[in-house]
Design a protein around this ligand. Structure first.
Ligand code: ZN
Length: 275
C-alpha cells in the first residue's frame, strides 16, 4: 500500500468511528439533563417502539426517514444527525492534524488522538447542554479532569512528544491554574455585582480545559473563547438592542477546539513557542 492510501484509510476509520461516537454523544446530550441512563437502547419517545439497527445508522437513517419515526411519524430532532456529523468532522480533523505522514502512526500518537478527540467530544456535549438547559454537566467538565491527567500520564509513558504533550504535571497545573482563576473571578464578580456573572459550570469547564491543554494552552483557548463570546454578545446586542443572556460554554468550547486543531499554526503566526 502506498503512503497516501494508508493515511486515507486511517482518516476513513476516524470518520466512521466519529459517526458512531457522535450517535452516543447525541444521546448523552438528550439524556444527561433528564438523568436517564446512557446504556439503555433508544426508543421513540411517543410510540415507545425500540429503534431498529437499520434506523440507527448515523446521519443516513435520519435522512432516509426524513427525520420521522418509522412507526408513528413523530419528528426526530435534527440534533442527532448534526451532532453525529460534527463529531465525525472533528474525528477526521484531529486525525489529519496528528497523522501527517505514515511515520506518525504509532501507539503514542494514537493515544494523543484519543485524548484530543475525547476533549472535543466533551465540548460538544457541554455546549449543546449549555445552550438547551443553561447548565454544563459535571460529567463533561470536572469529572473529566482525572481522565485528562491520567491520559497525559499514559502519553508521557509512551514518550509522546507531539502536539499538546503537556505531561501529567502540566495537566495538573493547568487544571489548578485555570479552575482556580475562574473560581476567583466568579467569586469576585459575585462580591462586586451581587449577582452571578460567571456560573460554576464555567469554572469547572475552565479547569477541565486546563487539564487537557496545560497552562499555556488553557490561556490561549480561554482568550480565543472570550473573544468569540464578546463578538457574539455584541452582535446579538446590536440586533436585539438589549443585553442578551448568552451561555459562556459554547464560545469557550469554540476557543478550545480552535486551539486543539490550529493552535500550532496560530502560535507560529504569533511567533510563540508553545509546549
Ligand atoms: Zn414513534
Amino acid at each position: 500500500m502506498s503512503e497516501s492510501w494508508i493515511l486515507a484509510s486511517t482518516q476513513a476509520f476516524a470518520v466512521l468511528y466519529g459517526l458512531a461516537i457522535g450517535s452516543f454523544l447525541a444521546n448523552a446530550i438528550v439524556r444527561i439533563p433528564e438523568g436517564r441512563s446512557l446504556w439503555v437502547r433508544s426508543s421513540c419517545p411517543r410510540c415507545a417502539t425500540p429503534v431498529e439497527w437499520r434506523d440507527n445508522v448515523p446521519v443516513l437513517s435520519w435522512l432516509l426517514l426524513r427525520g420521522r419515526c418509522r412507526h408513528c411519524s413523530t419528528p426526530i430532532s435534527p440534533l442527532y444527525p448534526l451532532v453525529e456529523a460534527l463529531t465525525a468532522v472533528f474525528a477526521w480533523l484531529v486525525c489529519r492534524h496528528l497523522f501527517v505522514s505514515v511515520h506518525d502512526i504509532d501507539a503514542a500518537t494514537a493515544g494523543a488522538w484519543v485524548l484530543q478527540f475525547g476533549l472535543l467530544c466533551l465540548l460538544i456535549v457541554a455546549s449543546a447542554v449549555d445552550v438547551r438547559h443553561r447548565i454544563i454537566p459535571d460529567e463533561t467538565s470536572v469529572y473529566a479532569v482525572p481522565f485528562a491527567i491520567a491520559g497525559h500520564a499514559v502519553l508521557e509513558w509512551l514518550q509522546y512528544d507531539g502536539w499538546l504533550a503537556v505531561g501529567w504535571r502540566g495537566a495538573t497545573l493547568g487544571a489548578a491554574v485555570w479552575g482556580g482563576s475562574f473560581a476567583f473571578i466568579a467569586g469576585a464578580a459575585r462580591l462586586v455585582y451581587g449577582e452571578e456573572a460567571l456560573g460554576w459550570g464555567d469554572v469547572k469547564l475552565a479547569g477541565m480545559l486546563g487539564a487537557f491543554l496545560g497552562v499555556v494552552g488553557g490561556s490561549v483557548s480561554l482568550m480565543l473563547g472570550s473573544i468569540a463570546g464578546a463578538v457574539v454578545g455584541l452582535v446579538v446586542w446590536a440586533i436585539l438592542w438589549r443585553r442578551p443572556y448568552l451561555p459562556f460554554g459554547p464560545p469557550l468550547a469554540l476557543g478550545a477546539a480552535a486551539y486543539v486543531l490550529y493552535g500550532d499554526v496560530i502560535s507560529v503566526q504569533l511567533g510563540w513557542t508553545l509546549p
